[in-house]
Design a protein around this ligand. Structure first.
Ligand code: PLP
Length: 465
């Protein structure tokens, strides 16, 4: 299947393979307008960039636009390209059935995973958005509903529907202070509902295992292979399971369709819930972005995202799209903890999203990180190292090494050279560490500022040579 994120506007479209893809694009755009994923007045990307993104000829895209203009779905506007026509969006989307790594201090090159390029934070757009937020009515500074301000919940529902294919109504969206807080709250909700266990990817992000454990759930390791986490070990009882389907952290693989289906089947059979940690789903660099898993069963899958990789982790802003059965208990838990996100930040994020500034920033950074990943691959190839494992996506790359011992030695040597590195063992990714488990480096290539990137690459290749 060929799918693409459409430049200009971030829009997830699947157009299949081989012949008939023009038709598929036509149908996908029609469906996006009809369902409201593309709102009246939204500007479509140019035919040239859309054609490149989807691997179609420009002529095909021009023909598709022409057909949809003839049908009234789209309108050509002189000087502005093609926009969505003034059709009503049909009925609203139906409610479906059914440890961050320590802070970096001091000099050195940081190639640990987990952070975007903080120097690229969109300071000016954010400052403008905050100013506009402060110019709003005094009422907007009142106490905030635990689930968040309606304006942000609506903007997030639109955003995740359009860019990740998530089925979200504003009612289902809960604004959080980042994913880690959301996970801690969900663990408590699960415990309150009688659950005792939580499936976790092995290898997986250590901090999240700890958060689930601190929330009273016993982590159950799910081995990860080329097809993602194997749900076979999930308990035969109501439980939570935490997955990174679009880009497994740290292996970088995509959760295979059969595993997605089997996990949903488990959740339905055992009255369990899946937490889909879509931590870097915006960053995919080849032609096959994978949509969210959540639409498989929005009543069993909690979709989770945050701005930690797109803007900056220090923002502490994120969102959940929550199945109906979990909304009231989650709200109760948030109230009990006094959890909530500052109103001005919520207003500013809503502003950034609705003006397209967030999309623009993500698009810009996607190009930067794509180039870095390519450069990393080329430099590794030049020294005869194996290519990074996993799909071309996200902000980190896994570099397999021969053993746990080689990983330890490399990380130590890096430390001496002023380079901060993490690996599967040294970064505590293994649920049950053992010397015979594979060793690898987990390189965070997004973290260095632009001017420091080449130097970081030189230092890394020098170490691996
Ligand atoms: C796997 C994974 N999920 C989610 C996050 C984001 O967490 P938060 O939103 O709490 O910063 C991270 C950050 O490093 C991560 O590595």
């Amino acid at each position: 299947m060929t799918a693409g994120f459409v430049r200009g506007l971030d829009l997830h479209l699947d157009v299949g393979e081989g012949r008939g893809r023009g038709r598929a694009l036509e149908a996908a755009l029609r469906e996006a307008v009809r369902s409201g994923r593309l709102a009246p007045g939204a500007r479509l990307p140019g035919s040239r960039s859309l054609a490149v993104d989807l691997g179609l000829s420009r002529g095909t895209v021009v023909q598709v636009f022409g057909q949809l203009v003839a049908e009234g779905w789209l309108v050509g506007v002189a000087g502005s390209g093609t926009v969505v026509g003034p059709v009503s969006a049909g009925s609203p989307l139906p409610e479906p059935e059914g440890r961050p790594a320590p802070t970096v201090s001091g000099p050195g090159i940081d190639l640990r995973p987990g952070r975007p390029d903080l120097s690229a934070f969109p300071r000016t757009p954010w400052a403008r958005a905050v100013r506009r937020a402060l110019a709003g009515s005094a009422a907007s500074l009142d106490y905030v509903e635990p689930a968040g301000l309606p304006v942000l919940r609506a903007a997030v529902a639109e955003h995740v529907g359009r860019t990740r294919g998530v089925r979200a109504s504003p009612d289902a969206v809960v604004v959080t202070a980042g994913f880690t807080q959301a996970l801690a709250l969900l663990a408590r909700v699960a415990q309150r509902l009688g659950m005792r266990q939580a499936g976790v990817e092995d290898p997986g992000f250590a901090r999240h295992r700890e958060v689930l454990g601190a929330g009273g759930l016993n982590p159950v390791p799910l081995p990860v292979d080329d097809a993602g986490a194997d749900p076979g070990a999930l308990p035969d009882e109501p439980a939570l399971t935490l997955l990174t389907p679009a880009h497994q952290h740290p292996y970088g693989v995509v959760l295979a369709p059969a595993r997605r289906a089997a996990t949903v089947e488990w959740a339905r059979r055992c009255d369990g819930f899946v937490v889909e940690d879509d931590y870097d789903g915006e960053f995919r660099y080849d032609r096959q972005p994978v949509g969210a898993m959540q639409p498989l069963d929005p009543e069993r899958i909690v979709f989770a995202g945050s701005v930690s990789k797109t803007l900056a982790p220090g923002m502490r802003l994120g969102w959940l799209v929550v199945p109906r059965a979990l909304r009231a208990p989650l709200e109760a838990e948030m109230t009990a903890f006094g959890a909530g996100v500052p109103a001005v930040d919520q207003l500013a994020l809503a502003d950034l999203l609705s003006r397209g500034e967030y999309d623009r920033h993500v698009r810009r950074m996607r190009l930067v990180y794509r180039a870095r990943r390519q450069e990393l691959g080329a430099r590794l190839a030049a020294i005869g190292a194996p290519p990074p494992a996993g799909v071309a996506a996200g902000l980190h790359a896994l570099l397999p090494l021969t053993s746990a011992e080689e990983e330890r030695q490399t990380v130590k040597a890096a430390q001496r050279a002023g380079v901060r590195l993490h690996g599967l063992h040294t970064g505590h990714y293994w649920h049950r560490p053992a010397p015979d488990r594979p060793g690898a480096l987990v390189i965070g290539y997004a973290t260095p500022a632009g001017h420091a990137w080449r130097g970081a690459l030189d230092a890394l290749t020098e170490l691996l040579r």
